[in-house]
Design a binder for this molecule. Structure first.
Ligand SMILES: *Cc1c(COP(=O)(O)O)cnc(C)c1O
Length: 402
C-alpha cells in the first residue's frame, strides 16, 4: 500500500486535506509555502496542551516535566542538523530566526565594522533586515547570481573586507529550488574570520543539513516547512558566537529569546524531525522522481521554461516561467481546478511585483511576472502529477499554445 494512502486510511477523519480529496479533485502543490501538520506530529503535541501544560521556566514538578521535555526536543532537533543542544535557540518562525541571526550578530559585532554581505535572491526575512541596516548606516553587498540562481563562492571571497561582519547565503532558494554551494562559501568565511549565516528553512528534512560541514555560525530552520506546526522556528548559534537578543525579558532560551517557550510547538517540531530523519532517504528518492516527471512533462508544453538549476535543485520544487499566461492569472485558473500552486513564494504573492529572484536570474520584468512554482511533498502522488500536467496543457491549449 502506498504510504500516502496508508496515512489516509488510518487518519482520514483527523486529516481534512486528504479527506477533502474524496469530495472533488484537489491537489496541493504548494508545500514550499507550508505543509500540513503530519497527524503523527499532532498526536505527539496533544498532551502538551492539556495535562502536560507546564511552563518550562517553573520550579515545581509541572515545570520540571516541561523543562525535561524541552531539553529532550532541543537535543533531537540539534542532532538532526549536526549541532550540540546548547547551540539551538527556539523562536517563533524562520522569519524571527533570520532577524535574530542578522540583526543580533551584526549588533553584537559592530565594533568590527559596518559591512555585511548577502545575495540578491534571499527570502524577504533576510533581505529586509539588511535593508534596515542600510538605513542605520551599514554598507551591504548584494551578490548577484548566475542564470541558474547560483552564487559564485569566488564572488563571496572578493566581497569580503576587513570590516565585514557577516555573510548570509540561503541553503536552497524557495522560489526556484537551486541549492547553493554553502560548504565552499562556509570554508571561505571561516578562513577570512567572517560570520556565516545560512537560511535552511527550505532544505531541512529534504536534503542533508549539517552545520559542521557548512561551517555555519548561524543557521535558520522552521517547523511548518517539514510537517510540523506553524509558529515554531529554530536558530543554530555556534558556541562562542556573540548575538544580541531582539526580545528582552525573562531571559529564556539562554537569554537570547525571552518569552515562555511554545512547548507543544517544540514537541511537534522534534517529532517532525524524527519522522523526516527516518523517512528522508526513501522519500527524497520518491519525490525526486515525481519532480523530474513534472519538469519533463511541463517543459514539453510550448512556451514553458524551467527556472533554477537543472541538477543542483531541491527534489521538491519544479519552477518555470510561462510565455502564455501571467502568474496570478494562472494561480487563479489552477485554483478553479482544485490545484494549489504559487507564482514565486507565498510572501511575494498578492503584491503584483515581479519576483526579485526571477529578475536576479536574468528574466525581464514581464517574464518575472509569469513564474510558476509547483512544490511537492509527503502526500503528492503520480496521479497528482498527471492531473497538474494535464491541467496546464489544457490552459496552454486554450491560449493557442501547445
Ligand atoms: C518559508 C521560508 C522562510 C520563512 O519561514 P517562516 O517560518 O514562515 O517565517 C524563510 N526563509 C525561507 C527560505 C523560507 O522558505
Amino acid at each position: 500500500m502506498p504510504k500516502a494512502w496508508f496515512i489516509f486510511m488510518t487518519h482520514a477523519a483527523e486529516y481534512p486535506l486528504v479527506a477533502m480529496e474524496t469530495a472533488g479533485k484537489t491537489v496541493y502543490m504548494d508545500y514550499a509555502s507550508t505543509t500540513p501538520t503530519d497527524p503523527r506530529v499532532v498526536k505527539a503535541m496533544m498532551p502538551y496542551f492539556t495535562e502536560k501544560f507546564g511552563n518550562a521556566a517553573s520550579l515545581h514538578r509541572w515545570g520540571i516535566e516541561a523543562r525535561e521535555k524541552l531539553e529532550e526536543c532541543r537535543e533531537r532537533i540539534a542532532s538532526f542538523i549536526g549541532a550540540g543542544a546548547s547551540e539551538l535557540v527556539f523562536t517563533g518562525s524562520a522569519t524571527e530566526s533570520n532577524n535574530l541571526a542578522i540583526k543580533g550578530a551584526a549588533l553584537a559585532n559592530r565594533s568590527k565594522g559596518k559591512h555585511l554581505i548577502t545575495t540578491a535572491i534571499e527570502h524577504p526575512s533576510v533581505l529586509k533586515p539588511f535593508q534596515w541596516f542600510e538605513k542605520m548606516g551599514f554598507e551591504v553587498t548584494y551578490l548577484p547570481v548566475d542564470r541558474y540562481g547560483l552564487v559564485d563562492p569566488a564572488a563571496v571571497e572578493a566581497a569580503i573586507r576587513p570590516d565585514t561582519i557577516l555573510v548570509s547565503v540561503m541553503h536552497a532558494n524557495n522560489e526556484i529550488g537551486t541549492i547553493e554551494p554553502v560548504e565552499e562559501i562556509g570554508e571561505i568565511c571561516r578562513e577570512k574570520g567572517v560570520l556565516f549565516h545560512v537560511d535552511a528553512a527550505q532544505t531541512l528534512g529534504k536534503i542533508s543539513v549539517d552545520v559542521r560541514k557548512m561551517k555555519a555560525d548561524l543557521l535558520t530552520v522552521s517547523a511548518h516547512k517539514i510537517y510540523g506546526p506553524k509558529g515554531v522556528g529554530g536558530l543554530y548559534i555556534a558556541d562562542g558566537v556573540e548575538v544580541e537578543p531582539l526580545l528582552h525579558g525573562g531571559g529564556h532560551e539562554f537569554g537570547l529569546r525571552s518569552g515562555t517557550v511554545n512547548l507543544p510547538g517544540v514537541v511537534g517540531f522534534a517529532e517532525a524531525c524524527r519522522i523526516a530523519e527516518r523517512e528522508m532517504p526513501m522519500e527524497a528518492e520518491r519525490l525526486r522522481k515525481l519532480c523530474a516527471r513534472l519538469i519533463e512533462e511541463i517543459c514539453e508544453i510550448k512556451g514553458a521554461h524551467l527556472t533554477g538549476h537543472p541538477e543542483e535543485r531541491l527534489p521538491t520544487i519544479a519552477s518555470f516561467w510561462l510565455e502564455f499566461i501571467r502568474g496570478e492569472e494562472l494561480i487563479l485558473e489552477l485554483n478553479e481546478k482544485g490545484i494549489a500552486a504559487s507564482t514565486g513564494s507565498a510572501c511575494s504573492a498578492g503584491k503584483l511585483e515581479p519576483s526579485h529572484v526571477l529578475t536576479a536570474i536574468g528574466l525581464s520584468e514581464a517574464q518575472a511576472r509569469s513564474g510558476l512554482r509547483l512544490s511537492i511533498g509527503r502526500w503528492t502522488d503520480e496521479e497528482d502529477v498527471e492531473y497538474v500536467v494535464e491541467s496546464l496543457r489544457e490552459i496552454a491549449r486554450r491560449r493557442g499554445w501547445k
